[in-house]
Design a protein around this ligand. Structure first.
Ligand SMILES: Nc1ncnc2c1ncn2[C@@H]1O[C@H](COP(=O)(O)OP(=O)(O)OP(=O)(O)O)[C@@H](O)[C@H]1O
Length: 361
């Protein structure tokens, strides 16, 4: 089989947090592949472990975190121009700060106001990374910052350089965050709910901007989101997370139009249908398990109306559906009863698929 050109390879990642209430087992064995130039997405409800996984990938885990096991291999072009692979989890904070954060992996967070420094003008914030990582001269960094502002769609760039975050609209602030993220020519961009805090009309523009920059620069992108509408527009590959595990993964087509895990059915049903004004078909009942306690069997079973007896006893393995599509549900075992996704969801997905084909997206 042809070797994939992986920029990031996460294997058996297992992370827990020490808290006053006990040990929270937040990430329970995760594998993720990211090919160079590809866009993948990590989706799941709040608390499923999306942010912790990405923080681990950036080497910025909280102090009370313990990596119980796993590797996060990152392959990048080093300062001598040759390709090098490191395990991010084995590198110390100082090395990560110098070589990874903002230089080779950059992040765009949900709320631009928290990622921007309110006391520093826009220009300085864009120039900072170039000055620190590459020793770029002031003049050169200034020139590049102005170009970047233009590139991300900000007019009057020279004037904006001297302004402060509060003088900009939410959409413009997120454009500035993207300019900062791109300033050091990263190879990987991690976007954590990059549009959630923004107006719907602005959301589409920001997504389009990220997509355009990705194509132009050939960078890889990881989107963390609970908005499946965004995922459908941007991602090549989707990882669905639940209670610290990946429970389904596949290409966007596979996970969106042929989902196999009842949790994915729930997420897709809970999505508001913007095109038909339909409300949510269904909301997943109950709440995720408390990860302070070990979860026996399938963590989703208590919320799953299709759960089988075995779900309470034994954790399902990842069943293979195609070369790229996998799901961890006992429903895929050959001995399981035949259970199809709810008919309303099936109809909705067929309608969405037709629309997507019609619009050529
Ligand atoms: N520093 C920490 N100390 C203790 N528990 C933590 C810490 N950081 C995260 N957790 C726990 O880890 C689990 C996963 O959290 P995470 O933030 O990754 O979820 P998420 O899927 O990104 O959710 P959201 O969509 O709300 O950001 C949660 O149970 C959370 O409470």
């Amino acid at each position: 089989m042809e070797e994939k050109d992986l920029i990031m390879k996460i294997r058996d990642l297992d992370i827990s947090f020490k808290t006053t209430a006990g040990v929270v087992h937040a990430i329970r064995g995760i594998n993720i592949d990211l090919e160079r130039g590809q866009t993948i997405s990590v989706v799941g409800e709040s608390g499923s472990g999306k942010s912790v996984t990405m923080r681990a990938a950036m080497g910025i885990l909280a102090k009370n975190a313990t990596v119980e096991s796993g590797t996060i291999e990152f392959t990048y072009k080093n300062d001598n121009g040759s390709m090098e692979t490191v395990d991010i989890l084995k590198k110390d904070k100082k090395w990560i700060r110098k070589n990874i954060n903002g230089k080779r992996i950059a992040m765009v967070f949900q709320d631009p106001m928290t990622s921007l420094d309110p006391t520093m003008n826009i220009g300085k914030q864009i120039m900072e990374g170039m000055r620190w990582h590459y020793n770029t001269s002031k003049e050169e960094a200034h020139k590049k910052a102005v170009e970047l502002l233009k590139e991300v769609g900000i007019e009057d760039a020279e004037k904006r350089m001297k302004q402060y975050p509060h003088q900009l609209s939410g959409g413009m602030r997120q454009r500035v965050v993207i300019a900062i993220a791109l300033a050091c020519d990263p190879e990987l961009l991690i976007c954590d709910e990059p549009t959630t805090a923004l107006d719907v009309t602005i959301q589409a523009k920001i997504i389009e901007l990220i997509r355009r920059e990705q194509k132009k620069r050939g960078i890889s992108v990881i989107y963390i989101t609970h908005d499946l509408g965004v995922v459908a527009k941007v991602a090549d590959f989707v990882n669905v997370m639940y209670a610290g595990k990946i429970v389904e993964k596949g290409t966007v087509n596979e996970v969106f139009y042929d989902p196999k895990h009842p949790y994915t059915w729930g997420l897709l049903s809970a999505m508001p249908d913007l095109n038909t004004d339909d409300d949510r078909l269904y909301t997943i009942p109950g709440s995720p398990p408390n990860l302070l306690h070990e979860v026996p069997g399938d963590a989703f079973a208590p919320r799953n109306k299709f759960a089988l007896v075995i779900d309470d006893k034994k954790e399902p393995p990842m069943f293979k559906i195609s070369e790229t599509h996998y799901a961890a549900t006992w429903l895929l075992d050959e001995r399981a009863p035949k259970v199809e996704m709810p008919i309303e969801l099936k109809n909705r997905l067929e309608r969405m698929k037709k629309e997507a084909e019609r619009y050529g997206s």
